[in-house]
Design a protein around this ligand. Structure first.
Ligand code: SF4
Length: 379
């Protein structure tokens, strides 16, 4: 197990498009402290179960909005992790934060506790779009948050942007990219909006009440991001992720390589050997389970070899370097190209996959049609 994810399921308020598990912090009250205590208990339970067989290379606080917690709660969790697991000297420790929830003093306390990477949810450069999304911040807050972080010496910073928003024009998207480039952060993630029905925007779309850019415009937006960011010297290393050399997200690479990770917190998922565990989807249920000294598992799934191979392929193809066939053979004792000859042949013929030395990768066309490629490998 190389990576630990800690889910902090609280936000200032719910955004209109979000289906991540999170509660408005105002309604959480006393649960917050109890939740942080439960998180520390879960860490110690897993430390006992997994023993010294792990080397943690990455710790990631996601949410929700981890930075709505008092800094002492986050650093307390981090210290419990350090005390419970062997951690590499150069461990990457990332905290997701939203503009408007942090200040310089907060960053300083995180940095002193070992946090060395931030992921800031900027999302767009237009205040009107941000307001429509239900975000609590404006673009000026993003700029201020970034400079406060930098003043404390935190330099390894990602900015998240979203495209495909209702009413968003390609010109606005390009403006968001230009404004982001002007901030010179070493990592940028660009996500196409995906909506679930149980969100206000998901329902509005069902009822035809909101206009979303069509698929062609969304593809143009991804293409514009590739042109802008690669033109500015960023490495496009995953479908949605761009980094300066030396700054790809170590944590997310663990997911894309389908390696083992531990998920701590309500609704967090773990991949441990041939097992996927998802924790209970309720803060109260999570706290109760840990009060009784039990693992707060909501669902457990055994991943058979076929499923593991398929997931390794479609996660690995998200990386622009693709899949190393030697690594695949060493892991599964089977030749990828033999096992999936029909799929690989078909996708190469359609121009969606390409071979490069011993690697199999998405072509440029395949980057825009990733889901069609991934479906071919499902068991
Ligand atoms: S801040 Fe992030 S996690 Fe919280 S509601 Fe908004 S999108 Fe969801």
């Amino acid at each position: 197990m190389e990576a630990v994810y800690i889910h902090i399921p609280f936000c200032i308020k719910k955004c209109n498009y979000c289906d991540f598990y999170s509660l408005p912090i105002k309604t959480a009250g006393a649960l917050i402290e109890e939740y942080c205590t439960a998180v520390q208990k879960e860490i110690t339970l897993y430390a006992r179960e997994l023993g010294d067989s792990v080397q943690v290379k990455s710790i990631y606080f996601g949410g929700g909005t981890p930075t709505v917690l008092p800094a002492r709660e986050l650093t307390g969790i981090l210290n419990t992790l350090y005390a419970s697991f062997p951690v590499t000297n150069d461990v990457e420790v990332t905290v997701e934060c939203n503009p408007g929830t942090v200040d310089g003093d907060y960053f300083l306390r995180l940095k002193d506790a070992g946090v060395n990477r931030l992921s800031i949810g900027a999302q767009a450069a237009q205040d009107r779009l941000l307001e429509k999304m239900g975000r609590i911040h404006c673009w000026r807050d993003t700029v201020r948050t970034l400079s406060q972080a930098r003043r404390t010496g935190l330099e390894n910073i990602n900015l998240d942007l979203i495209y495909g928003l209702p009413g968003q024009t390609i010109e606005q998207w390009k403006e968001s990219l230009r404004d982001t480039l002007s901030l010179e952060v070493p990592h940028v993630a660009v996500y196409g909006l995906k909506l679930e029905l149980d969100t206000p925007w998901g329902q509005a779309r069902e009822l035809g009440k909101l206009d979303f850019p069509d698929q062609d415009i969304s593809a143009d937006m991804l293409e514009a991001a590739m042109d802008f960011l690669m033109g500015a010297g960023y490495l496009h290393y995953e479908i949605s992720n761009f980094a300066r050399p030396g700054f790809p997200s170590r944590h997310n690479i663990v997911y894309w390589k389908n390696h083992d990770y531990l998920g701590i917190g309500a609704a967090a998922a773990s991949h441990l050997g041939p097992t996927r565990r998802t924790n209970v989807l309720s803060v109260e249920g999570y706290i109760d389970a840990l009060r009784q000294g039990c693992f707060p598992v909501g669902e457990e799934e055994f991943l058979d070899r076929e499923t593991e191979m398929a997931e390794t392929i479609f996660l690995g193809l998200r990386l622009l370097t693709g899949i190393d066939q030697d690594e695949f053979r060493a892991r599964f004792e089977v030749n990828l190209i033999d096992k999936y000859s029909a799929q690989v042949e078909k996708l190469c013929r359609l121009g969606l996959l390409k071979m490069s030395g011993n690697r199999i990768k998405l072509s440029r066309k395949g980057l825009f049609l990733g889901n069609e490629v991934f479906l071919e490998f499902l068991p």
